[in-house]
Design a protein around this ligand. Structure first.
Ligand SMILES: Nc1ncnc2c1ncn2[C@@H]1O[C@H](COP(=O)(O)OP(=O)(O)OP(=O)(O)O)[C@@H](O)[C@H]1O
Ligand SMILES: [Mg+2]
Length: 232
């Protein structure tokens, strides 16, 4: 579904991702794991055209390397950045509706809203609350929900559990499993153990390069991962 080929990413003159390739098949959850500053966010931003890059990005067989972030949404890729950016002065409902402005999503808006509220019952209960009054975890659910309102085929989630209370983190991971039934997912996570528990395959990124890749079972039993990330 998505192929990243020999990606090199740059912030001005500084290169942070080197010759990185990865592939995601339809229906999969792929985890991208790695330490702070490894380049996980940069990979997602490069996919959606928010960072200078060389290399090729293909989505459903089409080269999308120079497609704008806005157009990506129309093509079926939603990106949920780290740090749960919602509009605090707007209600939960208004925030969700904002996610459905592309042509395809507009037509399905009421179905999508129902779908999202089924996945996130907490948002349903708080539909008319101001987003700014939600807890951090609930705001994260809202950010993901807004991404889903675009009816993506592929959703890119950047650290959905960052800074969130453990109880809500558990809930978000269950929500992600629910989302998987209809949507292909790339999940960037520092919670390596949890990410491995729900992914089909994973990529371990170190200093802007793929250090290791494999199926969930391969990664969970890898001595490298146990030592570096799971503290076993
Ligand atoms: N806007 C920027 N300008 C310059 N360098 C940047 C910028 N954003 C990130 N970097 C650098 O690029 C490298 C990769 O950063 P990135 O944010 O992709 O890492 P990450 O794996 O997402 O880390 P974290 O787990 O902390 O979110 C880091 O060395 C970082 O300092
Ligand atoms: Mg990051």
């Amino acid at each position: 579904m998505l192929k990243v080929k020999q990606l090199n990413s740059f912030y001005g003159k500084i290169q942070t991702v080197w010759n990185l390739s990865l592939e995601i098949d339809e229906g999969e959850i792929i985890a991208i794991i790695g330490a702070n500053g490894a380049g996980k966010t940069t990979i997602l931003k490069s996919i959606v055209g928010l960072v200078e890059k060389t290399g090729a990005i293909e989505f459903e067989g089409k080269n999308i390397s120079s497609v704008s972030a806005h157009k990506m949404v129309q093509m079926g890729i939603s990106y949920v950045p780290e740090g749960r950016k919602v509009f605090p002065e707007m209600s939960v409902r208004e925030n969700l509706i904002l996610g459905s402005y592309n042509k395809r999503a507009k037509l399905e808006r009421s179905n999508s809203l129902e779908y999202v509220l089924d996945i996130f019952p907490r948002l349903k209960e708080r539909i008319d609350h101001l987003a700014g009054n939600l807890s951090g975890g609930e705001q994260q659910m809202l950010a993901i929900g807004r991404g889903l309102m675009a009816r993506p085929k592929l959703i890119l989630l950047d650290e959905p559990s960052l800074g969130i209370a453990p109880v809500l983190t558990d809930e978000i991971f269950r929500n992600i499993e629910e989302i998987k039934k209809e949507t292909t997912i790339v999940l960037v996570e520092q919670h390596v153990h949890r990410a491995l528990a729900i992914c089909d395959r994973g990529y371990v990124v170190e200093t802007g390069q793929i250090h290791l890749t494999g199926t969930r079972d391969e990664l969970e039993t890898s001595e490298d991962i146990k030592e570096a990330y799971l503290g076993i």
